[in-house]
Design a protein around this ligand. Structure first.
Ligand SMILES: Nc1ncnc2c1ncn2[C@@H]1O[C@H](COP(=O)(O)OP(=O)(O)O)[C@@H](O)[C@H]1O
Ligand SMILES: [Mg+2]
Length: 241
């Protein structure tokens, strides 16, 4: 479903991804692991068509993804409907005046009727257990609530692939437990999950596979998740733990 071939991306002169090649199949649950600055967030930005690599090829559902194609409104809409991104910082994702409006934004953009939009919004509010705050302003919410709203926004588009950037960051233990169960449930229901994380404690049981990034922005290991996180020597040597 997702294939990167020899992807290299630099911010001005600063390299962030160095010759990355990877395939991810539909329905997988993949953890992105690596020290700070290794390129995990940039990898997710490439997958979501937010930045475009200077070198290499990105193929999504057999279709080559590049800046030119995403400038076409129709192609861009189809693509962004299939893959959703939960940003590390929810504030960059939330901009509407109420939670309801926020979750309704995507379905409306997709051209759904008000009736269908309303149904989707309520399904998502219920799934995230945030019906009670639907009239509140997102900027007044706690970090955990903001994260739930951001996830509801992504789910309201019913994407096939859900990408999340350190979703457990700044969330209280109860919220983390909720998110863990939710992500598992989404994966069980067939969604492909790609998620950067460094908090191994709270993500137990979510992932089957781990892709490990190194300080020099390469993929140094692609293995079973449990094997990787139980390999103390490897994690310490690569500044992950
Ligand atoms: N907007 C940016 N401008 C310049 N450099 C950036 C920017 N974002 C990230 N970088 C650099 O790119 C590299 C990879 O960053 P990032 O993808 O955020 O890593 P991670 O998510 O693994 O911490 C780092 O060296 C980082 O400093
Ligand atoms: Mg990051």
């Amino acid at each position: 479903m997702i294939e990167l071939q020899n992807i290299t991306y630099s911010y001005k002169n600063r390299i962030a991804l160095n010759d990355i090649s990877i395939k991810i199949k539909k329905g997988e649950a993949v953890a992105l692991i690596g020290p700070n600055g290794s390129g995990k967030s940039t990898f997710l930005k490439v997958l979501n068509g937010i930045v475009f690599p200077q070198e290499g090829k990105y193929i999504f559902n057999k279709e080559k993804i590049n800046e030119k194609k995403l400038n076409y409104d129709i192609f861009s809409k189809i693509f962004h409907k299939k893959i959703g991104f939960v940003f590390q910082n929810s504030d960059t994702q939330l901009f509407c005046s109420t939670v309801y409006e926020e979750v309704a934004f995507g379905p409306r953009q997709m051209g759904l009727s008000e009736h269908d939009t309303d149904k989707r919004v309520y399904d998502c509010l219920e799934l995230l257990n945030i019906e009670k705050i639907k009239h509140e302003a997102p900027y007044n919410l706690s970090g955990g609530e903001k994260k739930r709203v951001a996830i509801a926004c992504v789910l309201s588009m019913n994407p096939e692939v859900i990408t999340l950037d350190e979703p457990m960051n700044g969330i209280d233990p109860k919220g983390k437990k909720f998110l863990k169960e939710l992500i598992k449930k989404l994966n069980t229901s067939g969604k492909t999950i790609i998620c950067s994380t460094h908090d191994f404690e709270y993500v137990e049981g979510i992932f089957k596979r781990a892709i490990v990034f190194s300080e020099d922005h390469k993929i140094i290991r692609d293995d079973e998740y449990n094997k990787v996180i139980n390999d103390e020597k490897f994690l310490v040597k690569n500044n992950i733990k």
